[in-house]
Design a protein around this ligand. Sequence first.
Ligand code: TXA
Ligand code: MG
Length: 348
Amino acid sequence: MSTNGPKILPMTDAALATAADEIVHGRLVAFPTETVYGLGADATSESAIARIFEAKKRPRFNPLIIHVADAKQAEKYVEFDARAKLVAESFWPGPISMVLKRKPGCAISLLAGAGLETLAIRAPDHKAAQALLQKCGVPLAAPSANRSGQVSPTTPQHVAESLSDVNDLSILAGGKCTVGLESTVLDLTGETPAILRHGAVTAEDLEPLIGPVTLPGADTGTDAPKSPGQTLRHYAPDLPIRLNAVDVAPDEALLAFGKTKFMGLRGGGFANDLPDERLQNLSPVGDLNEAAANLFAMLRRLDDSGAAGIAVMAVPETGLGLAINDRLKRAAAAQNQPAPLDQEATRG
Ligand code: TXA
Ligand code: MG
Protein backbone atom coordinates (compact mmCIF):
# COMPACT_ATOMS: atom_id res chain seq x y z
CA MET A 1 0.00 0.00 0.00
CA SER A 2 1.42 3.36 -0.99
CA THR A 3 0.58 6.36 1.15
CA ASN A 4 0.81 9.21 -1.34
CA GLY A 5 -1.23 12.37 -1.16
CA PRO A 6 -3.62 13.49 -3.91
CA LYS A 7 -2.48 13.21 -7.53
CA ILE A 8 -3.78 15.50 -10.23
CA LEU A 9 -4.54 13.67 -13.50
CA PRO A 10 -4.67 15.76 -16.68
CA MET A 11 -7.85 14.89 -18.63
CA THR A 12 -6.81 12.13 -21.04
CA ASP A 13 -8.44 8.84 -22.02
CA ALA A 14 -5.95 7.04 -19.82
CA ALA A 15 -6.78 9.29 -16.83
CA LEU A 16 -10.49 8.68 -17.36
CA ALA A 17 -9.93 4.93 -17.43
CA THR A 18 -7.91 5.15 -14.20
CA ALA A 19 -10.55 7.32 -12.52
CA ALA A 20 -13.40 5.01 -13.55
CA ASP A 21 -11.42 2.03 -12.28
CA GLU A 22 -10.91 3.76 -8.91
CA ILE A 23 -14.65 4.42 -8.65
CA VAL A 24 -15.74 0.86 -9.41
CA HIS A 25 -13.27 -0.38 -6.80
CA GLY A 26 -14.89 1.76 -4.13
CA ARG A 27 -12.26 4.49 -4.02
CA LEU A 28 -12.57 8.29 -4.21
CA VAL A 29 -12.09 10.48 -7.27
CA ALA A 30 -12.36 14.26 -7.25
CA PHE A 31 -13.86 15.48 -10.52
CA PRO A 32 -14.77 18.82 -12.06
CA THR A 33 -18.32 20.00 -12.57
CA GLU A 34 -19.54 23.36 -13.83
CA THR A 35 -20.30 24.44 -10.22
CA VAL A 36 -17.41 23.24 -8.03
CA TYR A 37 -15.15 20.17 -7.87
CA GLY A 38 -16.88 17.17 -6.31
CA LEU A 39 -15.39 14.43 -4.15
CA GLY A 40 -16.97 11.45 -5.85
CA ALA A 41 -17.61 7.83 -4.98
CA ASP A 42 -19.86 5.03 -6.25
CA ALA A 43 -23.25 6.12 -4.92
CA THR A 44 -24.40 2.51 -4.65
CA SER A 45 -21.61 1.47 -2.26
CA GLU A 46 -22.08 2.14 1.48
CA SER A 47 -18.37 1.67 2.23
CA ALA A 48 -17.26 4.00 -0.60
CA ILE A 49 -19.60 6.67 0.79
CA ALA A 50 -18.20 6.20 4.29
CA ARG A 51 -14.78 7.09 2.80
CA ILE A 52 -16.15 10.45 1.58
CA PHE A 53 -17.18 11.44 5.11
CA GLU A 54 -13.87 10.19 6.46
CA ALA A 55 -11.91 12.26 3.90
CA LYS A 56 -13.96 15.43 4.42
CA LYS A 57 -13.82 15.02 8.16
CA ARG A 58 -17.49 15.94 8.33
CA PRO A 59 -18.66 16.11 11.91
CA ARG A 60 -22.09 14.99 10.65
CA PHE A 61 -23.59 12.71 8.06
CA ASN A 62 -25.26 15.25 5.79
CA PRO A 63 -26.95 13.95 2.67
CA LEU A 64 -24.89 14.26 -0.52
CA ILE A 65 -25.76 15.25 -4.08
CA ILE A 66 -26.15 12.24 -6.40
CA HIS A 67 -24.72 12.87 -9.88
CA VAL A 68 -26.15 11.13 -12.94
CA ALA A 69 -25.57 11.50 -16.67
CA ASP A 70 -29.15 12.50 -17.47
CA ALA A 71 -32.83 12.29 -16.54
CA LYS A 72 -33.06 8.75 -17.87
CA GLN A 73 -30.47 7.55 -15.35
CA ALA A 74 -32.11 9.58 -12.56
CA GLU A 75 -35.43 7.84 -13.22
CA LYS A 76 -33.87 4.54 -12.18
CA TYR A 77 -33.47 5.80 -8.61
CA VAL A 78 -36.04 8.52 -7.84
CA GLU A 79 -39.71 9.28 -8.56
CA PHE A 80 -39.19 11.57 -11.51
CA ASP A 81 -42.56 13.31 -11.64
CA ALA A 82 -43.95 15.81 -14.17
CA ARG A 83 -42.35 18.81 -12.44
CA ALA A 84 -38.96 17.10 -12.30
CA LYS A 85 -39.22 16.36 -16.03
CA LEU A 86 -39.96 20.00 -16.81
CA VAL A 87 -37.03 21.21 -14.77
CA ALA A 88 -34.69 18.61 -16.27
CA GLU A 89 -35.77 19.44 -19.83
CA SER A 90 -34.91 23.09 -19.31
CA PHE A 91 -31.90 22.98 -16.98
CA TRP A 92 -30.15 19.59 -17.20
CA PRO A 93 -27.33 19.07 -17.58
CA GLY A 94 -26.82 22.07 -15.35
CA PRO A 95 -26.41 23.63 -11.90
CA ILE A 96 -29.65 22.50 -10.25
CA SER A 97 -30.18 19.54 -7.91
CA MET A 98 -33.70 18.23 -7.32
CA VAL A 99 -34.81 16.62 -4.06
CA LEU A 100 -37.10 13.73 -5.03
CA LYS A 101 -38.46 10.59 -3.36
CA ARG A 102 -36.41 7.42 -3.61
CA LYS A 103 -38.00 4.70 -5.69
CA PRO A 104 -38.80 1.44 -3.86
CA GLY A 105 -35.69 -0.74 -3.94
CA CYS A 106 -33.52 2.25 -4.91
CA ALA A 107 -29.90 1.06 -5.09
CA ILE A 108 -28.35 4.32 -3.84
CA SER A 109 -26.52 4.00 -0.51
CA LEU A 110 -28.56 4.90 2.58
CA LEU A 111 -25.54 6.70 4.01
CA ALA A 112 -25.30 8.89 0.87
CA GLY A 113 -28.85 10.05 1.59
CA ALA A 114 -28.32 10.22 5.38
CA GLY A 115 -31.06 7.64 5.82
CA LEU A 116 -33.74 9.89 4.31
CA GLU A 117 -36.55 8.78 1.98
CA THR A 118 -35.45 11.47 -0.47
CA LEU A 119 -32.34 12.14 -2.57
CA ALA A 120 -30.87 15.30 -4.08
CA ILE A 121 -29.91 14.47 -7.67
CA ARG A 122 -28.45 16.35 -10.63
CA ALA A 123 -26.83 15.92 -14.05
CA PRO A 124 -23.67 18.05 -14.18
CA ASP A 125 -22.80 20.09 -17.27
CA HIS A 126 -19.10 19.34 -17.65
CA LYS A 127 -17.38 17.17 -20.23
CA ALA A 128 -15.12 15.44 -17.71
CA ALA A 129 -17.97 14.72 -15.26
CA GLN A 130 -20.13 13.35 -18.06
CA ALA A 131 -17.26 11.25 -19.43
CA LEU A 132 -16.57 9.81 -15.97
CA LEU A 133 -20.26 9.01 -15.39
CA GLN A 134 -20.46 7.25 -18.77
CA LYS A 135 -17.24 5.34 -18.21
CA CYS A 136 -17.95 4.03 -14.71
CA GLY A 137 -21.66 3.35 -15.31
CA VAL A 138 -22.72 4.07 -11.71
CA PRO A 139 -24.15 7.25 -10.23
CA LEU A 140 -21.62 9.32 -8.26
CA ALA A 141 -22.31 10.74 -4.83
CA ALA A 142 -20.24 13.88 -4.41
CA PRO A 143 -20.11 16.73 -1.95
CA SER A 144 -17.83 19.66 -2.71
CA ALA A 145 -14.23 18.40 -2.66
CA ASN A 146 -13.02 20.36 0.34
CA ARG A 147 -12.44 19.62 3.97
CA SER A 148 -15.60 20.37 5.97
CA GLY A 149 -15.81 24.06 6.87
CA GLN A 150 -13.49 25.25 4.08
CA VAL A 151 -14.57 27.01 0.90
CA SER A 152 -15.60 24.94 -2.10
CA PRO A 153 -12.83 24.24 -4.63
CA THR A 154 -13.02 25.52 -8.20
CA THR A 155 -9.62 24.31 -9.45
CA PRO A 156 -7.79 20.96 -9.12
CA GLN A 157 -5.10 22.74 -7.08
CA HIS A 158 -7.72 23.87 -4.52
CA VAL A 159 -8.77 20.25 -4.12
CA ALA A 160 -5.19 19.03 -3.69
CA GLU A 161 -4.52 21.69 -1.02
CA SER A 162 -7.75 21.19 0.88
CA LEU A 163 -7.57 17.39 0.89
CA SER A 164 -3.76 17.15 1.02
CA ASP A 165 -3.74 14.36 3.60
CA VAL A 166 -6.16 12.05 1.75
CA ASN A 167 -4.07 9.11 0.60
CA ASP A 168 -4.16 8.04 -3.03
CA LEU A 169 -6.88 10.52 -3.99
CA SER A 170 -7.13 10.93 -7.78
CA ILE A 171 -8.14 14.38 -8.96
CA LEU A 172 -9.42 14.54 -12.52
CA ALA A 173 -8.30 17.94 -13.80
CA GLY A 174 -10.81 19.88 -15.86
CA GLY A 175 -9.79 23.48 -15.50
CA LYS A 176 -11.56 26.19 -13.56
CA CYS A 177 -15.27 25.71 -12.81
CA THR A 178 -17.38 28.06 -14.93
CA VAL A 179 -20.17 28.66 -12.38
CA GLY A 180 -18.02 28.53 -9.26
CA LEU A 181 -20.96 28.29 -6.88
CA GLU A 182 -22.75 25.15 -5.66
CA SER A 183 -25.91 24.05 -7.45
CA THR A 184 -29.37 25.31 -6.58
CA VAL A 185 -31.14 22.75 -4.37
CA LEU A 186 -34.84 22.51 -5.28
CA ASP A 187 -37.12 20.39 -3.10
CA LEU A 188 -39.92 18.88 -5.20
CA THR A 189 -41.29 16.50 -2.56
CA GLY A 190 -43.91 18.93 -1.23
CA GLU A 191 -46.94 20.55 -2.82
CA THR A 192 -45.04 23.82 -3.35
CA PRO A 193 -41.54 23.60 -4.81
CA ALA A 194 -38.98 25.01 -2.39
CA ILE A 195 -35.47 26.28 -3.00
CA LEU A 196 -33.38 24.98 -0.08
CA ARG A 197 -30.09 26.45 -1.32
CA HIS A 198 -29.58 29.33 -3.75
CA GLY A 199 -27.53 28.72 -6.87
CA ALA A 200 -27.24 29.70 -10.50
CA VAL A 201 -30.79 28.58 -11.35
CA THR A 202 -33.14 31.03 -9.64
CA ALA A 203 -36.82 31.13 -8.62
CA GLU A 204 -37.41 33.52 -11.56
CA ASP A 205 -36.02 30.87 -13.90
CA LEU A 206 -38.19 28.15 -12.39
CA GLU A 207 -41.56 29.80 -11.81
CA PRO A 208 -42.64 29.99 -15.47
CA LEU A 209 -42.25 26.20 -15.58
CA ILE A 210 -43.52 24.95 -12.22
CA GLY A 211 -45.35 27.86 -10.59
CA PRO A 212 -44.59 29.65 -7.30
CA VAL A 213 -41.42 28.55 -5.53
CA THR A 214 -40.67 29.25 -1.85
CA LEU A 215 -37.25 30.55 -0.87
CA PRO A 216 -34.96 29.75 2.04
CA GLY A 217 -36.01 31.99 4.92
CA ALA A 218 -39.58 32.32 3.59
CA ASP A 219 -42.33 32.73 6.18
CA THR A 220 -44.18 29.42 6.24
CA GLY A 221 -46.74 30.49 8.84
CA THR A 222 -44.96 28.63 11.63
CA ASP A 223 -42.16 29.62 13.97
CA ALA A 224 -39.86 27.08 12.42
CA PRO A 225 -36.94 28.87 10.75
CA LYS A 226 -36.58 27.89 7.09
CA SER A 227 -32.85 27.60 6.68
CA PRO A 228 -30.83 24.70 5.33
CA GLY A 229 -30.06 22.18 8.00
CA GLN A 230 -33.12 23.09 9.99
CA THR A 231 -35.61 22.37 7.24
CA LEU A 232 -33.77 19.16 6.48
CA ARG A 233 -35.52 16.19 8.05
CA HIS A 234 -33.13 13.76 9.60
CA TYR A 235 -33.84 10.09 9.71
CA ALA A 236 -34.59 8.82 13.19
CA PRO A 237 -35.90 5.38 14.20
CA ASP A 238 -39.35 5.10 15.82
CA LEU A 239 -38.11 2.94 18.71
CA PRO A 240 -36.56 4.54 21.80
CA ILE A 241 -32.76 4.57 21.68
CA ARG A 242 -30.64 3.84 24.75
CA LEU A 243 -27.01 4.95 24.29
CA ASN A 244 -23.83 3.58 25.86
CA ALA A 245 -25.53 0.33 26.80
CA VAL A 246 -23.42 -2.12 28.81
CA ASP A 247 -26.13 -4.79 28.88
CA VAL A 248 -29.38 -5.47 27.06
CA ALA A 249 -32.96 -6.16 28.22
CA PRO A 250 -34.72 -9.27 26.90
CA ASP A 251 -37.28 -7.17 24.98
CA GLU A 252 -34.66 -4.84 23.47
CA ALA A 253 -32.70 -5.02 20.23
CA LEU A 254 -28.95 -4.42 20.31
CA LEU A 255 -26.92 -2.27 17.96
CA ALA A 256 -23.46 -3.54 18.78
CA PHE A 257 -19.96 -2.29 18.04
CA GLY A 258 -16.95 -4.57 18.49
CA LYS A 259 -17.03 -7.71 20.62
CA THR A 260 -20.39 -8.74 22.14
CA LYS A 261 -19.24 -11.94 23.82
CA PHE A 262 -19.38 -10.45 27.30
CA MET A 263 -22.48 -8.26 26.92
CA GLY A 264 -24.99 -9.51 29.48
CA LEU A 265 -28.70 -10.10 28.96
CA ARG A 266 -30.66 -8.75 31.93
CA GLY A 267 -32.15 -11.59 33.94
CA GLY A 268 -29.47 -14.04 32.79
CA GLY A 269 -27.60 -15.07 29.67
CA PHE A 270 -25.78 -13.05 27.04
CA ALA A 271 -26.65 -10.57 24.30
CA ASN A 272 -25.55 -13.17 21.76
CA ASP A 273 -28.64 -15.18 22.78
CA LEU A 274 -30.90 -12.51 21.23
CA PRO A 275 -32.74 -13.62 18.09
CA ASP A 276 -30.74 -12.74 14.94
CA GLU A 277 -33.12 -10.00 13.80
CA ARG A 278 -32.61 -8.17 17.10
CA LEU A 279 -28.80 -8.23 17.11
CA GLN A 280 -26.91 -6.16 14.56
CA ASN A 281 -23.19 -5.44 14.82
CA LEU A 282 -21.95 -2.24 13.16
CA SER A 283 -18.47 -3.74 13.01
CA PRO A 284 -17.47 -6.87 14.94
CA VAL A 285 -13.78 -5.94 14.43
CA GLY A 286 -14.32 -2.36 15.62
CA ASP A 287 -13.73 -0.64 12.24
CA LEU A 288 -15.39 2.80 12.20
CA ASN A 289 -15.54 2.96 8.39
CA GLU A 290 -17.44 -0.35 8.31
CA ALA A 291 -19.67 0.90 11.14
CA ALA A 292 -20.57 4.08 9.24
CA ALA A 293 -21.39 2.03 6.15
CA ASN A 294 -23.76 -0.20 8.17
CA LEU A 295 -25.35 2.45 10.40
CA PHE A 296 -28.58 3.39 8.60
CA ALA A 297 -29.40 -0.06 7.24
CA MET A 298 -28.93 -1.67 10.66
CA LEU A 299 -30.94 1.00 12.49
CA ARG A 300 -33.80 0.42 10.04
CA ARG A 301 -33.62 -3.35 10.47
CA LEU A 302 -33.71 -3.09 14.27
CA ASP A 303 -36.49 -0.50 14.12
CA ASP A 304 -38.59 -3.11 12.25
CA SER A 305 -37.58 -6.02 14.48
CA GLY A 306 -40.54 -5.87 16.84
CA ALA A 307 -38.34 -5.01 19.84
CA ALA A 308 -39.41 -2.49 22.51
CA GLY A 309 -36.31 -0.34 22.11
CA ILE A 310 -32.79 -0.23 20.73
CA ALA A 311 -29.78 -0.46 23.06
CA VAL A 312 -26.62 0.92 21.47
CA MET A 313 -23.10 0.03 22.58
CA ALA A 314 -20.58 2.86 22.91
CA VAL A 315 -18.78 3.91 19.72
CA PRO A 316 -15.37 5.62 20.14
CA GLU A 317 -15.35 9.43 19.73
CA THR A 318 -12.64 9.47 17.05
CA GLY A 319 -12.65 9.78 13.25
CA LEU A 320 -15.95 8.66 11.78
CA GLY A 321 -17.06 7.78 15.32
CA LEU A 322 -17.81 11.49 15.82
CA ALA A 323 -20.34 11.50 12.97
CA ILE A 324 -21.81 8.15 14.04
CA ASN A 325 -22.29 9.39 17.62
CA ASP A 326 -23.73 12.69 16.38
CA ARG A 327 -26.39 10.78 14.45
CA LEU A 328 -27.14 8.38 17.33
CA LYS A 329 -27.48 11.27 19.81
CA ARG A 330 -29.88 13.07 17.48
CA ALA A 331 -31.89 9.87 17.06
CA ALA A 332 -32.09 9.47 20.86
CA ALA A 333 -32.97 13.16 21.42
CA ALA A 334 -35.59 13.23 18.65
CA GLN A 335 -37.79 10.97 20.74
CA ASN A 336 -37.97 13.42 23.62
CA GLN A 337 -39.31 16.22 21.41
CA PRO A 338 -42.22 16.37 19.00
CA ALA A 339 -41.08 16.81 15.39
CA PRO A 340 -41.32 20.42 14.15
CA LEU A 341 -44.55 21.02 12.24
CA ASP A 342 -43.05 21.17 8.77
CA GLN A 343 -41.31 17.87 9.31
CA GLU A 344 -44.39 15.86 10.30
CA ALA A 345 -45.57 14.95 6.82
CA THR A 346 -42.67 12.84 5.66
CA ARG A 347 -41.56 11.28 8.92
CA GLY A 348 -41.64 7.56 9.61
O1 TXA B 1 -22.86 22.03 -7.00
C1 TXA B 1 -23.03 21.11 -6.18
O2 TXA B 1 -24.14 20.78 -5.80
C2 TXA B 1 -21.77 20.41 -5.69
C3 TXA B 1 -21.16 19.68 -6.88
C4 TXA B 1 -20.01 18.79 -6.51
O3 TXA B 1 -22.15 18.97 -7.57
N1 TXA B 1 -22.06 19.49 -4.61
C5 TXA B 1 -22.41 19.96 -3.35
O4 TXA B 1 -22.65 18.95 -2.42
O5 TXA B 1 -22.50 21.12 -3.06
P1 TXA B 1 -22.72 19.20 -0.82
O6 TXA B 1 -22.73 17.82 -0.19
O7 TXA B 1 -21.62 20.09 -0.41
O8 TXA B 1 -24.11 19.86 -0.62
C6 TXA B 1 -25.30 19.08 -0.64
C7 TXA B 1 -26.49 19.95 -0.34
C8 TXA B 1 -26.60 20.27 1.13
O9 TXA B 1 -27.07 21.59 1.31
C9 TXA B 1 -27.63 19.24 1.59
O10 TXA B 1 -28.28 19.63 2.75
C10 TXA B 1 -28.56 19.18 0.39
O11 TXA B 1 -27.69 19.28 -0.72
N2 TXA B 1 -29.28 17.89 0.30
C11 TXA B 1 -28.79 16.71 -0.10
N3 TXA B 1 -29.72 15.75 -0.04
C12 TXA B 1 -30.84 16.33 0.42
C13 TXA B 1 -32.16 15.86 0.71
N4 TXA B 1 -32.49 14.58 0.55
N5 TXA B 1 -33.06 16.76 1.16
C14 TXA B 1 -32.72 18.06 1.31
N6 TXA B 1 -31.49 18.57 1.07
C15 TXA B 1 -30.56 17.72 0.62
MG1 MG C 1 -20.12 21.79 0.45
